[in-house]
Design a protein around this ligand. Structure first.
Ligand SMILES: O=C(O)CCC(=O)C(=O)O
Length: 264
């Protein structure tokens, strides 16, 4: 276990991340911790934890839809289960992110979990995370993505467009052009450039807020459970907010449908 706790980002890994906007590492936590996380994952998803407050919903279908979820997501699992903040994964993600971001100051960590059950559900379409984020600031963060299962292209491992983090946030729209669907997508991508990052459980990828990424629907016999930590250094306020009208469209649609959630 101490070996896992002592990992650091090498200069070569840092250079790779700066050049490509993503990085894959074979190990960020122990097998033992993965087993513990699987029990937590099961409870959070089976209990639809926080659904009434907007912390559990389907990323690929309209809020309040009926029938089976296609891309269920739990936000802020560590709010319900604060022990997650003491996990090896959480501590390593925070430390390695501060090394990649070259930030000595306080790193803020937020978490979410996206579940793709065996042989069912949707893709996570091509997008840049910053399209979801606060348009009033220059973001200074990255996401750490860790699978609890072995992941391949067929089960929904992360795929990235190298170098896309050096460009602006592209035009995004809501999946199916439905602003009651939280999931965003961009059509402005050449997916033939994608690099897939298969991993064993307990490995991890890191990606910049602007790196274009995608995961395929899970067509395998095994679940694909991912636990993602979003790590951010201090942000700088913009003189003028970035233009991200898809965010207003969602707020307006939610208001019109009288859906009131604590977190959007
Ligand atoms: O887990 C997935 O399917 C997508 C994850 C993702 O988009 C992210 O971590 O930013």
């Amino acid at each position: 276990m101490s070996d896992v706790l002592n990992i650091n980002i090498t200069d070569e890994q840092k250079r790779f991340y700066q050049e490509n906007g993503f990085l894959s590492i074979a190990r960020i936590t122990t097998d033992e911790e993965i087993e513990w996380l699987k029990t937590i994952y099961g409870k959070l998803f089976e209990g639809r934890t926080g659904e009434e407050k907007g912390f559990f919903y389907d990323l690929a279908r309209p809020r309040g839809h009926e029938g089976r979820d296609e891309l269920p997501q739990v936000l802020g699992p560590d709010i319900t289960i604060p022990e997650l903040r003491e996990s090896i994964y959480y501590k390593n993600a925070k430390r390695l992110s501060s090394q990649l971001l070259a930030v000595d100051e306080k790193i803020n960590v937020g978490g979410h979990m996206i579940y793709k059950p065996a042989k069912y559900g949707a893709e996570t379409p091509w997008h840049q995370d910053e399209a979801y984020w606060n348009p009033e600031v220059f973001s200074n963060g990255l996401s750490v993505w860790m699978p609890l299962d072995s992941v391949t292209t067929e089960s929904g491992c992360m795929q990235f467009i190298p170098g896309s983090h050096k460009e602006n946030v592209r035009w995004h729209r809501h999946i199916n052009d439905d602003p009651l669907i939280h999931g965003l997508m961009t059509d402005d991508v050449d997916s033939t450039e994608a690099i897939a990052c298969p991993l064993h459980p307990g490995g991890a990828t890191f990606h910049h807020t602007r790196t274009l990424h995608y995961t395929a629907p899970n067509t395998t016999d095994n679940p694909r459970r991912a636990y993602i930590l979003v790590c951010s250094g201090p942000e700088k306020k913009r003189d003028k907010p970035a233009y991200r009208p898809w965010q207003d469209e969602e707020r307006e649609a939610m208001k019109a449908a009288e859906i009131d959630v604590e977190y959007l």
